[in-house]
Ligand binder design. Structure first.
Ligand SMILES: Cc1cc2nc3c(=O)[nH]c(=O)nc-3n(C[C@H](O)[C@H](O)[C@H](O)COP(=O)(O)OP(=O)(O)OC[C@H]3O[C@@H](n4cnc5c(N)ncnc54)[C@H](O)[C@@H]3O)c2cc1C
Length: 646
């Protein structure tokens, strides 16, 4: 072990490393004597292999959840697979994918047919899909974080049906102001800051404030030329497209990236882009090099001040940047994000699995995973069960049942050891990622398979780091720090939300969950190529490298506040999503999105006999309302007997 390892706290015993790689070891008293820091030791003892939210290390798409599906994708799987065992289980409905879309479909179907027998299958060891709950504990208290789907939040208004479901689940969206302590960080004098790293700027420097403030730019280590051009960019009065109407300008802006707009149209120093490069990550999963300038304008990025553009959305504008007052007022964040939405659905589907009765008490309720899949129960949720084949027994248009083959218990690092099993159903909702479906259903028409494969997912990482206290943040006066040139491109203290008996910590001496984000992208490539390359990066980066990056990054950015990466980090959960957001169409690359024409998602979601297709991918819209809307539609298509008699 090097001194650097020791400084960062990378030197914990091997048992810990195994644990942090997501492999649940039985840990008992043996670890207690190995000299772990107190907090870490307490944390490890609190972890529980039978309770996935407490597992740390690489989560999200965790080891064991995807390998077998990649074998299927590569055409290798059936060559060596054994013959599936028929379980004899017969259902009215099988749902593939236990994300919000699949759970919604199951819920809607059951409401319409209370006697229905339903099975929900998912390849992960937890339900919720992207809506993922992370838990940490210290001093007898549980701290909750969100590992994916962050909030009820959508750039476009929720449909009547989605709102009805949210209301039915007991979520008081309008009451968000009562649970959010919006003044907390402001009262403590905490703002945002930017970390300029030595690899890019020669030495490390944290600057508090915003690039729009002259004092921030004075303190930042930009060259004089960049400082001069930044001032021009932020107060741009020049129109690089004189003589064109607002609509004509927007049509041109839709076809160029923001980077090209700034460098080629405004002719500014490319160095001015650094503070803005990662700004669109949270929406697009790529930086300004791949974001259309029209969308950059709508996002409020600078440089358009002299162009006289109006607010009317132009052709090809992304849903994410078309403003809607109604949508922006419909917002709610639970401590575990929309995992609460998934948990509320599970509570209704499998009574007794999550104690309690309200959207408040569920925040602290512990799910009993052993109750999810009980023989004889009307609804069963089977985890660690990747589905490998879905096919009609007989002609797709006829009265046949559907056979579903899955691997039982594949969530171990040896996917080939998983037993293959089959069940049958009167109807199947595929609520899984669309890119998986062509391999599951080889019988689908070729055009539909091509359309499904178009739904390339956006790779993302949501990391939760549980820290001993946040006094370093208080000393430095920051609540969120942008780190554009580092592995995670930003981090922030958790939302100050208190719901029911769950209280947000207000004292900087107490532990807190720190949230870090990364969009895995490769500036310079096309958007879709960036998503592919990012996915590869996420799948091939071991936890130890990510952990080192995290410790380095926090240690350096917060050094002035006395943060100690060896002593202050109590736990790390990296929610890796190689298949993250649904792909939303982009005016730089998708002609049909600008000029009209059939969208691939409309072809992809066509029902096929007794198989219907849900997921947020079905709307090419990466939000929970899309997941709900398409879960409801897919269930309804089956209830209507779409494509065949039911
Ligand atoms: C990091 C992140 C943050 C987000 N933040 C927000 C937010 O703040 N607000 C918002 O509205 N949306 C957000 N989203 C978008 C999110 O995708 C949707 O809101 C919603 O949760 C998607 O639900 P879904 O059921 O359509 O898909 P998913 O949640 O992806 O569920 C699909 C499930 O199907 C499973 N599956 C795939 N293949 C198989 C197979 N062969 N067999 C069995 N199961 C399979 C998958 O593993 C997954 O569990 C976020 C997404 C990510 C990744």
């Amino acid at each position: 072990m090097t001194n650097d390892d020791r400084r960062l706290g990378m030197g914990a015993p091997i048992a810990r490393r195994d644990f942090l790689n997501g492999v649940a070891l039985g840990i008992g008293g043996a670890l207690a004597s190995r000299g772990l820091p107190d907090g870490l030791e307490a944390l490890l003892q609190a972890q529980d292999a039978g309770y996935p939210p407490t597992l740390t290390g690489l989560r999200g798409s965790h080891t064991g959840s995807f390998e077998i599906l990649h074998q299927l994708r590569d055409g290798a799987f059936w060559k060596t697979a054994g013959t599936p065992v028929n379980t004899g289980e017969e259902y009215d409905l099988v749902v593939v994918g236990a994300g919000i879309s699949g759970l919604t479909a199951a819920h809607a179907y059951r409401k319409a047919r209370p006697d229905a027998r339903i099975l929900v299958l998912d390849n992960h060891d937890d339900f919720g899909g992207h809506a993922k709950r992370n838990e940490f504990s210290s001093g007898g208290r549980t701290y909750v974080g969100y590992g994916g789907t962050q909030s009820i939040d959508s750039p476009q208004p929720y449909s009547r049906e989605s709102k009805d479901l949210v209301t039915e689940l007991g979520i008081d969206v309008a009451g968000y102001g009562k649970v959010l302590d919006s003044a907390l960080y402001k009262t403590l004098g905490l703002r945002s800051g930017t970390f300029f790293n030595k690899e890019t700027f020669g030495s490390d420097r944290l600057v508090v404030g915003d690039v729009r403030e002259p004092a921030f730019r004075d303190a930042a280590p930009f060259t004089d030329a960049v400082k001069r051009d930044l001032a021009r960019l932020l107060d741009m009065k020049t129109d690089p497209m004189p003589g064109l109407s607002s609509a004509e300008k927007k049509a041109r802006l839709a076809r160029m990236s923001y980077t090209d707009f700034v460098v080629k149209e405004l002719k500014l120093d490319p160095g001015v882009l650094w503070p803005f490069q990662t700004r669109p990550h949270g929406l697009f999963g790529v930086g300004v090099d791949a974001v259309p300038a029209q969308d950059a304008f709508a996002m409020g990025l600078p440089g358009f001040g002299g162009m006289g553009l109006d607010d009317t959305p132009g052709p090809g504008q992304n849903w994410d940047t078309i403003p809607s007052d109604e949508a922006s007022s419909y917002y709610f964040h639970f401590p575990d994000g929309n995992a609460t939405v998934a948990r509320l659905l599970v509570r209704r589907l499998v009574p007794g699995a999550i104690p309690g009765s309200t959207a408040e008490d569920i925040v602290t309720s512990r799910a009993d995973y052993a109750k999810l899949d009980i023989a004889g129960a009307p609804v069963r949720i089977r985890l660690s069960a990747p589905v490998l084949r879905v096919r009609h027994i007989g002609p797709a248009g006829g009265d046949s049942r559907v056979e579903v083959t899955y691997a039982d218990g594949a969530s171990v690092p040896r996917p080939q050891a998983a037993g293959l099993k089959t069940v049958t159903a009167r109807g199947v909702v595929l609520a899984c990622w669309h890119s998986v479906i062509p391999a599951l259903c080889p019988d689908l028409p070729a055009t539909q398979k091509t359309a499904l494969a178009y739904a390339i997912k956006v790779p993302l990482v949501y990391t939760n780091v549980f820290i001993r206290n946040w006094t370093a943040f208080q000393k430095l006066g920051v609540q969120r720090v942008s780190t554009p040139s580092m592995w995670h491109t930003g981090f922030n203290l958790d939302f100050p939300v208190s719901i029911g008996s769950y209280k947000h910590q207000t004292n900087p001496n107490e532990p807190i969950v720190l949230h870090l984000t990364k969009s895995a992208c490769k500036p310079g490539l096309s958007t879709r190529a960036q998503h592919r390359a990012g996915r590869q990066e996420l799948l091939s980066t071991p936890f130890a490298i990510i952990e080192r990056n995290i410790r380095e990054q926090l240690g350096r950015a917060l050094a002035g506040g006395g943060f100690d990466p060896a002593g202050d980090v109590l736990g790390i959960t990296v929610n890796r999503w190689p298949h993250g957001y649904a792909y939303q169409y982009n005016s730089l690359e998708d002609d049909f999105w600008v000029n009209g024409g059939e969208q691939p998602c409309a072809v992809a979601r066509r029902p096929f006999g007794r198989i219907t297709i849900a997921n947020a991918d079905a709307g090419a819209y990466s939000y929970t309302d899309a997941a709900i809307d398409h879960g409801l539609r897919a269930a309804q298509e089956l209830l209507n007997g779409y494509g065949s008699r039911l």
